[in-house]
Design a protein around this ligand. Structure first.
Ligand SMILES: C[S@@+](CC[C@H](N)C(=O)[O-])C[C@H]1O[C@@H](n2cnc3c(N)ncnc32)[C@H](O)[C@@H]1O
Length: 621
């Protein structure tokens, strides 16, 4: 099914191809339709590909071609339907929508309606969407129907029969159902089409200098995020693969060299490998580096499975007297003695594996085992010990946990090994992105990254999250050094005062507001931004001129002051030699962030509820 705009884009591509024998570039599509960015042009192309109107070819800008002989059907849009309070049923066709036959099935007559209201949001039906309805007068329990009640009032709801009555159930927990003795069913929803254009218009929030565009097409609500090696080991604030991939496909091309300057556990690097980009990843957290390497190193799954089975056999035979107990501070506080013994045996058996890549890969499952068998609350990213009865009863099956994770990881690696592009490479650097990490000037085709939301102490404590694993798997020569990581990350050390030369009006304003309430917090924020500015300078150095730098950032709240990090980055970057081409706002349906509970490291402190983030698209001048 195509919206009006999608049909126009398709027509343009067809005409262009008839004239030139090749497809227009994303930039040409952007210019033709006065789109805000090439990313929006890419969005239309993906939609046309998903709907089967364009062939999926290589990820080259011009590598699209139209599909011939696709059976399409024009469906009348009969007006608006309320997904909220019922409105009068109108049936005057105002325009049509084109859809491929196979999207709605061959049977029945269809019409379409524009949705008004938000009562069906949990079903993925939003204000401004178009729903395609198959005409029918009966519906099964639970189907989403067009129901007419109370003398010609139409509404879109889920229909249930209960005790001789009809319940029209909204899919929005804040709204109540409507009960009626009689309901006239006018059809059942068979297809929903998101109306990106109207949402873009409605969602656009203007500021004097920059424009934020709310774009629901970046949400990827309900989509699978754990394919390939993405499901291996949790890590705070991971990219969802779809966002990483879309940025890569929009702003780079096959065989390009990309860089993620805050690569974390390596989500963008995994995606790069899957779609044929060479990639550098940089991070200052040793556990992140360890995970990113394991997730991006293809391993033959047969060899891996063989080693894994042999390992399970070996671990059973290791005697208590053969193990070496790790020596780090507070080990007994975080682990029960029985658990320490089992973990030490497992570690010994893994260390005996000769193939380094396989050893490291299985060490990742071991790291997950450390986390899940420790005395910590696993639902938190910071280290919080379970208490009382719960701690008493805590009796984890260490080997069972390991098996579960190792087997899931091997399944992920099997897919990654199959799909990873053999000719692409990934290089992972342990380093500080505010400094020169040896990547040559003007050598990178695209930078895609998501920086921390703020300093580790008051946002996500990456170091604290990683500490127990890092101590067990020996990523530090002295395991007690693991406690220092958070101080080294962006904003880890507060500035001495609030004097600075950063040229951002937005930052200045935020700092003033925060400092009035709490000077120490203002110093944390300044320190973070000073570090970030240095990272922007390094990014500018390594990027080729004319190429893109995309940052996925959160606008956090400090002392009830919303810090516009997206605008601050835009201002700082423009000073350094970038142009800000786009700021897209996406909802965060599934980001692995402590959204609803405390994201601070202070137990019980509820600092903010972050459910949106901005994608800042910069281009080097
Ligand atoms: C939002 S996370 C990135 C998550 C990543 N996109 C993923 O999918 O796993 C931010 C990362 O920045 C890293 N970091 C913080 N300060 C840094 C610095 N100065 N240099 C390099 N990495 C840094 C943290 O260790 C953390 O892994």
């Amino acid at each position: 099914m195509l919206t009006k705009k999608q049909t126009q884009v398709l027509d343009f591509i067809k005409k262009y191809m008839a004239k030139h024998s090749y497809a227009p570039s994303l930039d040409e599509i952007k210019r033709k339709f006065k789109l805000a960015s090439v990313s929006t042009a890419h969005y239309y192309i993906s939609k046309l590909q998903d709907a089967g109107f364009l062939n999926k070819e290589h990820n080259q800008p011009r590598a699209v071609s139209t599909v011939k002989d696709k059976q399409t059907v024009e469906i009348p849009i009969l007006g608006a339907i309320a997904a909220g309070q019922p409105i009068e049923a109108i049936e005057i066709p105002d325009e049509t929508i084109t859809i491929t036959r196979d999207e709605i099935g061959k049977q029945g007559k269809h019409y379409a309606l524009r949705v008004q209201g938000s009562s069906m949001i949990d079903e993925g039906i939003f204000d401004g969407d178009i729903v395609v309805i198959r005409k029918q007068e009966v519906a099964e329990n639970g189907q989403t129907v067009v129901a007419v009640i109370d003398d010609n009032q139409a509404t879109l709801k889920k229909l249930y029969r209960e005790n001789g009555k009809f319940r029209l159930q909204p899919a929005n927990p804040t709204l109540f159902p409507i009960y009626r003795d009689e309901v006239e069913v006018r059809g059942v929803v068979v297809k929903i089409i998101r109306n990106l254009e109207s949402q873009l218009d409605q969602g656009q929030s203007r500021d004097e200098k920059y424009v934020r565009k709310i774009d629901y097409s970046w949400d990827y609500r309900g989509e699978k995020t754990k394919s390939h090696t993405h499901g291996i080991h949790t890590y705070p604030a991971m990219f969802i693969p779809q966002v990483g991939r879309r940025l890569l496909e929009t702003y780079s091309k096959e065989d390009d060299t990309i860089c993620d300057i805050f690569c974390g556990s390596g989500s963008a690097l995994v995606e790069s490998r899957l779609i044929g980009r060479n990639a550098y990843g940089i991070d200052l957290n040793p556990l992140a580096i360890f995970l990113a390497k394991a997730k991006t190193t293809p391993i033959n799954p047969q060899k891996l499975t063989k080693e894994y089975i042999a390992l399970l056999d070996r671990v059973e035979k290791i005697k208590d007297s053969e193990i070496q107990r790790p020596n780090f501070k507070n080990i007994d506080f975080w682990f029960k003695e029985k658990v320490i013994v089992k973990l030490a045996k497992l570690k010994k058996a893994i260390r005996e594996i000769k193939d380094e890549a396989i050893q490291n890969f299985l060490m990742v499952a071991f790291s997950e085992t450390v986390r899940y068998s420790s005395n910590t609350k696993t639902g938190e990213f910071k280290l919080v010990r379970v208490k009382g009865d719960k701690l008493e009863k805590h009796n984890p099956d260490v080997i069972g946990i390991f098996r579960k994770h190792a087997e899931k990881n091997i399944a992920g690696m099997t897919d990654f090994y199959k799909d990873a592009k053999k000719d692409s490479w990934t290089k992972i650097i342990y380093g500080d992105s505010s400094k020169d990490n040896g990547i040559k000037a003007n050598s990178i085709d695209c930078i895609i990254t998501s920086p921390p939301y703020g300093d580790s102490r008051t946002t996500v404590a990456y170091g604290q999250f990683s500490r127990l694993s890092a101590q067990w798997i020996d990523v530090f020569d002295d395991p007690n050094d693991a406690s220092g990581v958070d101080n080294d990350l962006l904003g880890g050390r507060a500035t001495k005062n609030l004097i600075h030369t950063l040229s951002s009006g937005y930052l200045k304003e935020s700092l003033e507001k925060i400092a009035k309430q709490d000077e120490a917090r203002a110093k944390d924020v300044l320190s973070f931004n000073l570090g970030l500015n240095e990272c922007l300078k390094q990014a500018h150095r390594i990027l080729k001129p004319g190429k893109y730098f995309c940052l996925v950032v959160g606008n956090r709240l400090v002392k009830q002051v919303r810090i516009p990090t997206d605008f601050i980055i835009a201002e700082l970057a423009e000073k350094i030699g970038f142009t800000c081409e786009d700021i897209i706002v996406r909802n965060i349906p599934g980001k692995r962030m402590p959204i609803k509970n405390s994201p601070t490291n202070i137990v019980g402190a509820l600092e903010e509820t972050m459910n949106k983030e901005s994608i800042v698209v910069l281009r080097k001048n």
